[in-house]
Design a protein around this ligand. Structure first.
Ligand code: ADP
Ligand code: MG
Length: 319
């Protein structure tokens, strides 16, 4: 007998949570949640559509991870602490193997970050996954895109581009989803930088997560802050996974690759000495790649001279 909507919810998505601020979770008409006094509620949502945001045939466990991870990354970029998630799932069919793996991927990441799944919606239709995430941040310490100041340092976490390299291997058919290759693993299971987001509270002047590519996203931060970002190409962090690529390919992947969930942020220049401590608190490397200056847009320099780096971040409505 095929699984009904209520069986799916009960079997895969209704889980007990240790969170005391969930007065009522999955099962009633709506969840009842108790936000902590004095904190701002931070809310974000992201949708994954098959064929658009993920390749057909992507392992279900990776999709469960990614659907939540993209949202956690948005909260990390705000300096927020995630608390509750809602899941809206449109499924072509109720396949138990798929559902069980998907739920496993999602719950594993949720548990690592203390997030409770408190509700959602389950319907039949094309494969579309929407997660909404809710969390908290002290209102004065929230990290916005708009706060960068002239002279601030531009810093990026980790080494973006590895996930994009993995995606390209999959798209070209050179590697399969079950490959042990580090690029493919990163693409399927990148970890959002929540510890870094927390460490940057009240320290970074502006922050955002890299989801559409470093260059395009830095352009958004620069625009929101009313400044120009200048980056030095020779300072870009190159991941060991990309060591075998020609320099131009390394730069293309680092500048235009998304999906690593790295954070991009600005710091007043007199905070340069804080970077090692921030990196230690966050458990990741941090690299200063440039500075904010007067003007608009993003400028790339090599050995001090401006260079044209074509291509921009992924835009769903660009032709
Ligand atoms: P209603 O018809 O009142 O909207 P539903 O039948 O859609 O209720 O959902 C029943 C309960 O299950 C609700 O608490 C809802 O939030 C939860 N729920 C439904 N689908 C999911 C899902 N995919 N993940 C988590 N909770 C879900
Ligand atoms: Mg409903």
């Amino acid at each position: 007998m095929p699984l009904g909507e209520f069986d799916i919810i009960a079997r895969y998505f209704a889980r007990n949570t240790a969170r005391r601020d969930v007065l009522l979770g999955v099962g009633d008409d709506a969840a009842l949640l108790l936000p902590p006094a004095g904190q701002a509620l931070v809310a974000a949502t992201d949708t994954l559509v098959e064929g658009r945001h993920f390749l057909a045939g992507t392992p279900a466990a990776a999709l469960g991870h990614q659907a939540l991870a993209v949202n956690l990354s948005d909260l990390a970029a705000m300096g927020a602490e995630p608390a509750w998630a809602l899941l809206s799932l449109s499924l072509p069919q109720a396949n138990e193997r798929w559902l069980s793996a998907f739920a496993e991927g999602l719950h594993a990441l949720a548990e690592r970050h203390g997030v409770a799944l408190v509700g959602g919606d389950t319907v039949a239709g094309p494969l579309v996954i929407t997660v909404e995430i809710l969390g908290f941040v002290p209102p004065a310490e929230a990290l916005r895109r708009s706060g960068a100041g002239k002279g601030d340092l531009v810093i990026v976490s980790g080494a973006p581009g590895v996930a994009a390299a993995g995606l390209e291997e999959l798209q070209a058919g050179r590697l399969t989803f079950d490959a042990k290759d580090a690029r493919v693993r990163r693409f399927l299971r990148a970890e959002p930088r929540l510890a870094l987001g927390r460490a940057l509270r009240g320290v970074a002047t502006a922050a955002m997560d890299v989801s559409d590519g470093l260059l395009g996203d830095l352009g958004k931060l620069a625009q929101a802050s009313g400044l120009r970002a200048c980056i030095d190409l020779e300072r870009l962090p190159i991941a060991p996974e990309l060591a075998g690529y020609p320099l131009a390919e390394q730069e293309r992947l680092v500048l235009h690759g998304g999906d690593d969930y790295e954070l991009l942020f600005t710091l007043p220049s007199d905070h340069f000495g804080l970077i090692p401590r921030l990196a230690e608190a966050a458990g990741c490397s941090l690299r200063c790649i440039g500075t904010m200056v007067a003007g608009a847009g993003v400028e790339c320099r090599r050995d001090g001279a401006a260079v044209d780096v074509t291509g921009s971040g992924y835009d769903h409505f660009a032709s």
